[in-house]
Design a protein around this ligand. Structure first.
Ligand code: BGC
Length: 377
């Protein structure tokens, strides 16, 4: 602790001018919540929290939740959002280093772009936790906390199998349109592999067909159907194109959407093409239990979402921070899966959970994730 404080005090002096200049240049997405802490034992311990964007509901919840947990534990925090711009995130992390951060928690935008800036963090003795998304190609990431990303995809695939009764030989053929997440997000390949490992056997048996031809040739080819930046608008126009080009005389039965932001765009395209809410609407998967999507589920426009209770991720990461600062053993439960190309990053994986229209109230309202009123219940 003493060395942390000494280093920090020096770094603050050296970095102030640079940090002030850079902070002034930051966009409206910057939210600097650094504040004096009350706990004398950790009052000089600063935790930098770098989040990707405010444009998606989950990251707002993630950031605010972690920030308040750490403040309650007596830490100083600096919470920053980077408008999904890689350069902006790098600048923010550099500012945190210059401001004397002791620990960095980073939900990366591009998991391959942070090596150099995190190298500086490592040189300054700062511990780095990758939050939700793995950071690749650097040894400067100490820990990773996330939900089991492969299992997220598996749950989506298994839901489709169950909804369409695919396990009964000979059912189908059903028309499937697969989508995948952002090519720069390490999670996206896990989501796709988890789902495709379940669905591919049914494609091979002809029970699932892909009229657009957009079934990747292999799990590794998932980026061919990746949606950059997880943008709803891109997913919507891609779905519009597929509907216009391949569905003049057919109906879509099922859409594999890796998350809720894509599902939202896909659902808009389906509605615009005349699919009615309810039984006529294809099976559409999702992830995150975003408010708009839960409402869509209740309105018959989305079949499921994989819920990752981000409050539990925040708690796990806050515990990790505390264990690092106190020099205790950091609790992890996976030391094999997440090889970032330079090292296998010790990870803590949390379990994701399926939510359907039938279980939304019990799971999401019952746990206090949403108020009944927010869901119109
Ligand atoms: C997260 C998902 C999220 C997506 C888009 C992924 O890295 O794990 O929960 O839907 O990013 O923000």
């Amino acid at each position: 602790m003493t060395s942390l404080r000494t280093r920090k005090a020096t770094a603050v002096l050296a970095g102030t001018a640079m940090a002030m200049a850079a902070l002034a240049a930051c966009s409206s997405e910057r939210t600097d919540t650094a504040s004096g802490a009350t706990d004398a034992g950790s009052e000089e311990t600063l935790v930098g929290i770098a989040m990707p964007t405010r444009s998606l509901e989950r990251w707002n919840n993630d950031g605010e939740n972690l920030d308040s947990l750490l403040k309650d534990m007596g830490y100083e925090t600096s919470l920053q959002y980077a408008d999904n711009k890689v350069d902006q995130q790098i600048t923010q992390i550099q500012n945190m280093i210059n401001s004397g951060a002791d620990v960095l928690v980073v939900a990366s935008i591009d998991g391959t772009a942070l090596g150099p800036v995190l190298g500086s963090a490592k040189d300054a003795g700062i511990s780095v936790i990758a939050y939700d998304r793995l950071i690749n190609g650097t040894d400067a990431v100490d820990y990773y906390a996330t939900f089991d990303n492969y299992q997220v995809g598996q749950l989506q695939g298994e839901f489709i199998v169950e909804q369409l009764g695919l396990a009964d030989a000979g059912t189908g053929p059903f028309n499937l349109e697969p989508f995948a997440g952002s090519p720069d997000d390490n999670n996206a390949k896990f989501f796709f592999s988890g789902a495709w490992d379940v669905l591919l056997p049914y494609v091979q048996k002809g029970q699932l067909v892909v009229p657009s031809g957009k079934a990747p040739a292999s799990n590794d080819a998932w980026t061919t159907i990746g949606v950059q930046g997880w943008a709803s608008a891109t997913a919507q126009s891609e779905m519009d194109n597929r509907l216009n080009s391949f569905y003049a005389d057919k109906k879509v039965d099922v859409v594999l959407s890796p998350n809720d932001s894509l599902a939202l765009g896909i659902e808009q395209a389906l509605e615009a093409a005349g699919y009615a809410d309810g039984a006529d609407f294809p099976v559409v998967t999702g992830q995150d239990a975003d408010l708009a999507n839960v409402k869509n589920m209740l309105a018959g426009k989305q079949s499921m979402t994989v819920w990752k209770d981000t409050r539990t991720l925040g708690e796990q990461v806050a515990t990790m921070v505390d264990q690092i600062v106190k020099g205790e053993t950091v609790e992890v439960n996976d030391t094999e899966t997440y090889d970032n190309g330079t090292k296998v990053v010790p990870s803590y994986l949390l379990p994701p959970q399926v939510v359907t229209p039938d279980t939304a109230e019990e799971l999401l309202v019952g746990s206090g994730f949403y108020d009944a009123a927010e869901l119109g219940l």
